[in-house]
Every structure is written in C-alpha cells, then in structure tokens.
Ligand binder design. Sequence first.
Ligand code: BES
Ligand code: ZN
Length: 845
Amino acid sequence: MTENKRLLDTFQPNHYDLYLDIDRGKKLISGTTTITGHASQPVIQLNQKYLHFTTISADNQPLPYTVKDDAETVEITLPSAGDVTIKIDYTAPLTDTMMGIYPSYYQVNGEQKQIIGTQFETTAARQAFPSVDEPAAKATFSLAIKYDEHPGETVIANMPEDHVTDGVHYFQETVRMSTYLVAFAFGELQNKMTETQSGVKVGVFATKAHQPKELDFALDIAKRAIEFYEDFYQTPYPLPHSWQLALPDFSAGAMENWGLVTYREAYLLLDPDNTSLNMKQLVATVITHELAHQWFGDLVTMNWWDDLWLNESFANMMEYVSVDAIHPDWKIWELFQTSEAPMALQRDATDGVQPVHVDVNDPAEIDSIFDGAIVYAKGSRMLVMVRALLGDDALRKGLKNYFAAHKYHNAKGSDLWQALGEASGLDIGKIMNSWLEQPGYPVVSATVNDQGQLVLRQQQFFIGAGEDKGRIWQVPLNSNYAAAPQIMSDREVILGDYQALRQQNGQPFRLNVGNNSHFIIKYDDTLLQDILDHADQLDPISQRQLLQDLRLLAEGQQVSYADLIPLLKRFANSPSAIVNAELYRIANSLKMFVQPNSSEEKQLRAFFDQLSKQQVARLGWLPKSGESNDDQLTRPYVLNAALYAHNADAMAAAHQIFSDSKDWLNELTADIRGLVLKNEVQNYGSPALFDQLIKAYQDTADASFKQDIRGALPNTTDPALIKRLVALYKDTSVIKPQDLRAWYRGVLANDAGQQAAWDWLRDDWQWLNDTVGGDMEFATFITVTAGVFHTSARLAEFKAFFAPKINTPGLTREIRMDIKVIESKVALVDKEQAAVNAKIAQSLN
Ligand code: BES
Ligand code: ZN
C-alpha cells in the first residue's frame, strides 16, 4: 500500500458512535457503528475483519457494499461525495485470540471466571467495529456498551461513564484520537484509586484473584509518573482519568490505550512484601513506558507505522528518564545498560536487520517491526544520543513545542527533528538520520599507527557474514580526550601524536564514555592494555562496557574468544551487579564450546566454581537486611554459577532451603526462589515434585512465583517428565498461550530436553500458527530457537524446516537473520573451541 492508497484519502471520519452488545454466553458481538465524516469520492472503503454486515445505510437508505476480506475492507458506494453519516449494523465473533474484543480467563477459589477486554493495536480495531483503522484517521468516539451483565461487575473505558439507560452503559465522548487506542473492559474487578496533584484520577484494576495489596506499587508509580510527565513535557494530561488494568490473558506486555492502559498481570501487579528488586524495576519501567505514550503516541501519533519509532523509541527512553526521577536510588540507567544496550548491539550486528525507520504496508509486516531490539532498544539508544547532545533544557523546550504544534494530530520524524532543532540550534536531523535510516552500527577502531599517531576509523560491525556497503555514521564519540571531535562524520580521523596526547591527558584514551552512543570500540593492544592497567578506576558502566565490547568483537571474530577468559577472573569479585551481569553472560556463553557430559564441561564447571566462590561466601543464600541493591542483584548470578559448578555446599544449601519451605514456597524469598526450585528440579527431582509445582503454577495468582516455576521445571533431566511437560504445551488450562514461549525455550535450552522441544515445535507448528500466529509474539518462537542452537546439525535442521517458510508475511526477515545467527555461532565454535578449552584448563592451574 503506498501512501495514496490509504483509506483516509477518500474518507475522513470525524466522529464514531459505537454501540456494542456483547454476549459472553453466545460468544457474539452485535454492533451498530454510526460514522460521521467526509467522503472525497462516492466509492469509499472502511476497514473490517471478521465482521458480518446486516445493513449499511445513510439517511435510512440502504447502501450497496462489497466485502473485500483480503484487503480487510468493505467497499461502500455512497449516493455522492461530501459530508455523510453512515450507519452500519453487524455481528462479529468473540474469539480467544487476544486481539480485538476478547475474553481473559482466570480462577477465583477454583471457580472459572472471565473478563472481557480489548487489544486493538496494531490493526485489530477493525475486528471490533468498521472504521478507517489507520493512525492518522483521528476522530472522536462515543462508546455505548451492553453485555450479559450480572451484579458485581464493572465496565471501564477510555473515558468516564456518563449514564446507564436500560442496561446500556454510555461513556463520555473522547477527545480526537486514533482507532487503535480505543479500549474498554468489564467483569468482576477490584480497584484502588488516587489522584495526581493536578487532579487526574489514577486507578489500578485487577481481577479478584489477587490480594488488594498487589495493586499498591502500580498505583504509586502511575501517579508519580503522570506527575513527572506533566512537568517534564510541560503539557497537561488531557483526560479525566488514567486507569491501569491487569488482564489475565494478554499477548503483548502492555498497551497504552488512552486513559485505559492494559497490562499483563506480571507487568502491573506485585506483592510488595515478596518481590525481587529487578521485578519491581521491570514493572515500574513498563508502567512508565505506557504512561509516556499518553503523550508520545496518544496525544501526538505517528502519521503511519513506518514512523513507529516516534512512539516506541521515545516511550522506551522515557521509561528510564522518569523512573530515574521517581527512584533515584535504583540507578535505573544501569538497567538500561544491561537490557537495552546489549539487545540492540546484538541484533543490529546481524546483516539483514531493518533500520529503525522502515517502510511497512501489510498488517503482518506492521506487527513485525515491533522488534524489541530495533525500534525499542536501538531507537531508545538513538534518542539517548539526542538527549546527550541537546541537554534536558533544550529537549524539554523542544518537546513542549512539538506537543503544542501537533496535539490531537499526527507527526513524522522530521517534525520532531524540527522542534528539537529549533530549541537547540543544532541540525539534529542530519546527525540522527544516519542512525535512523541505516541498519547496523559501526565499530570504531582506535590505533596508534607507525608514525605514532592516534587514528580512529569507523566500519560497519557484523556478527556472522555481512556485506560491507561502506556505510558511515555521524558518531557522537564522547571521548575523554578533547582532541577527539564531538561528532565523527568521516570514515577516518587522525587525532595527533599519541604519546603527546597521553601525557597531556594523564589517563588512558577512551571513547563512548558512558556507553550511550550506539557503537563499539576496538582498541589496539597498546590502548587496551593501558585501559586494563587502570581498569579499577573505571565506573561500573565502563567496566561492563569493556567486557561487552570485547565479547561482541569476539563473536564477530575480531578478537579471540579465549582472550575473554582471563578478564572474567579479573572482574569476578566486582561488587557491581551490572558488571556481574556481563561477566556471567560471557561465562554462560562458554557453555556452547563444550559438549554435554564431556571432560571439557567438567572443567568449565570447575572454572565457574572458581569464578563464583568468593562472592558466594560473601553474599550467602539469604538476603541480608540493609544490604545494597548491588548485592541483592548480584546474588542470583553467583549462586546460579555455583549451582552450575555442582558446588556441593551450594546444592545442599538450596536443597535445605527447599525442604524447609516446601509447604509455603510462595512465601520463600523471591530473590532466590527460582534458583532453589531449579536446583530441586535438576538434582532432587521426582514425579511428586513435578506434580506439586504444576499444581502450584495453576493455583497461584502471584506472577513472580509463576515465573520461578516456569524457569525451574523445564530443567528436569527425567525423559518421562520432559515428555509430560511438552504434552502440556497445548493445554491452555495449565499453560496460557501468552506464557508458552518461555516454557518452550526452557526445555529447548536443557540438553536433556532439546530434542523433545524442537520436535514439538516442528510437529505442532500449524497449531502454534493457529493459536498465536496472528500476534506479535509468533515470530519470536523462531528467534529464541536460533538463540539456543549452535551446532551444525541443528543448523541444518533449522534450515530444512524454516527455509520453505521464508515467504510467510512477517517471518521473512526473522528466518533469514536467524539462519545467520546460528551460522555465526557454528563458525565461532568451530574456530575457537580448542583455544577456549585450553585457556579454561590453563586458568584452573
Ligand atoms: N504499543 C505497545 C504494545 C504493542 C506492541 C501493541 C505490539 C501491539 C503490537 C506497548 O506500548 C509496548 O511497547 N509494550 C511493550 C512493553 C513495554 C514496556 C516495552 C510490550 O508489549 O512488549
Ligand atoms: Zn510502547
């Protein structure tokens, strides 16, 4: 679809009256949509999907129409062009797809219940009502809902309820907004409410399967986030309320519907008395992400999906900006370094990756650009670069003007660059377009040449085979030497005589200080040694960056993987959680160089013991009162390493904790519960334990506890239990489709279970396609498979199965890239296996 084929070009809706009668018993929606708008020609199209029309009329005159299912439209012939009010009567099925209007299932005290909710982004509003379902087709909406209601139920929507007549709930008219942001929900809900300083009502809603205290954390964060954004954006929140609703079945993580944000239960509700710090941080960033969208996305919306980054990259950056203001003690930008930065650097190094700004037309393609690594992680890093260049004052001034100019309307990337450019006097578009429009990123090499000059050179970085097209980026260098330019715009730059510069500056030469620019650095031996000699003086982000860049270079075969091993020992006793996160990421990646049950594996386990020993002794198993956040966050890494090492004391300690708490596992401290369960399943497993954990998984409403069970059970080594587990994949009463990928990945990553999981994926591909095929999560089943595989045998099987599916809309890029991802690992193992194992052996002596 090119721009001139948008439905909005021929029909511009102005207002929708939506009447929906939802019968849960019959699983049927009966609707009447009345659209007022302007037709620029007599023949117009509206979007629809799975709708059955009874009548379509204007001024009580029936209109001829043709349903075009392939295009997801209905073509209507009006008497003439001009202003018109079209009335459409239709029915639609209420289906379990987690898209459109759909039921969520849950239990309270063993009783089955459901909540009806909605998920319209990206193109599912058309499954609920006929509409011009494009982000630029903004209109006002008056919603009226009737349902098979019984006492004790509540219905909520974007706007407050106005009145109820004859069982029909009428809601206040919305402001001008896009169709994909319309939302409502009903069922037996509990809620907690508060109000912002500016008088916005804030509420958290959930099923009654949860304890009321699970709503408190979200309520506090939501209120403070709205207050923060009103101040930061200098633009008021424009609706009377902001509801946060947790839905038991939810395909994405959360959704920014204006005034009624919806969430996975795990991303909104938590037990304030027993939830790990990283879970709290995750929930806080999800809430602040969606609330950032209330402005960036809802008030001002991208004109078309190609500029999705205007929504998602921005919200992703603002998560951290706001949480940092709300909880400065969390050092949340460190989380940015462990989640967004590595995700972006990894995926963006595979040839065939898309740029942040990408042309899209087909609905399946639109879903596929919601790529966590690119439009979220890389996009947010891009905007962090912008923020660093501008400073917060100019950024806020620019944003204020941007909102004022485009509110209740749409914008393109260039509109944002213009507003920020005017506020700062910088040609920000010129710098950013090299990041926005080009895929990939550079490795900047820093070398001292034969003449003794310090030279920088940029070149696209690839992991695996890549075609070098000579791309150049505008690289904010952030050097600690003033001789380096602020922006490197050329392929090469010479900074001057190295010895003189080194003396002048009195410290090792470094680039990308703070690691907020999207590139990695390859220092030559002299420069690297200088940095390593002074590494103790580096802050945690810089230490971590050093390890991370070297790992990426090793994956890209630019340095030897074996050279990473001495560095692990060097940093093993770091008190910083983010250093340990990268350290153990590298350590865990060494597993791909050893065969299960080999002498090399045994040696690797001994190496893990060596790495973790002192930290395990320092931290112990149970959290200590008053300990630092870093200690809390570090403990799981080192304990996990000790368990991998088969350290007898660690295994016994975890087993003892399990035995002591086996009747109240939900109350066992969440920081280590996952590891205790994993140890039990792996080393002390039994069918009885399996049954106990599956039952607990079904019964508990605590998302953290569920997650811990989901992480532990797939580690069973008993073939009979693996078989039973894989057989549950399609049993939605135990494993909800929204959680299936994690269960699948867990068994796949288990040497004893890999074959069973992989067979399941191939045998049940059609079922998977039918169950989650339409949603954004589907392609990620392929991604996680490629993330685990690293042998040539699996590569061949992967290709044999997925290559024939390469033309499936929405899967093409994923399959192509994932083949490269596995190929690169196979080549790496082949090349480095001997050197890596030799180095591990050596470091044990
Ligand atoms: N707008 C998205 C949700 C979405 C994604 C809807 C793809 C339809 C298709 C929402 O704002 C979002 O980004 N959600 C994230 C979680 C977020 C905290 C990063 C998600 O669902 O993964
Ligand atoms: Zn988002």
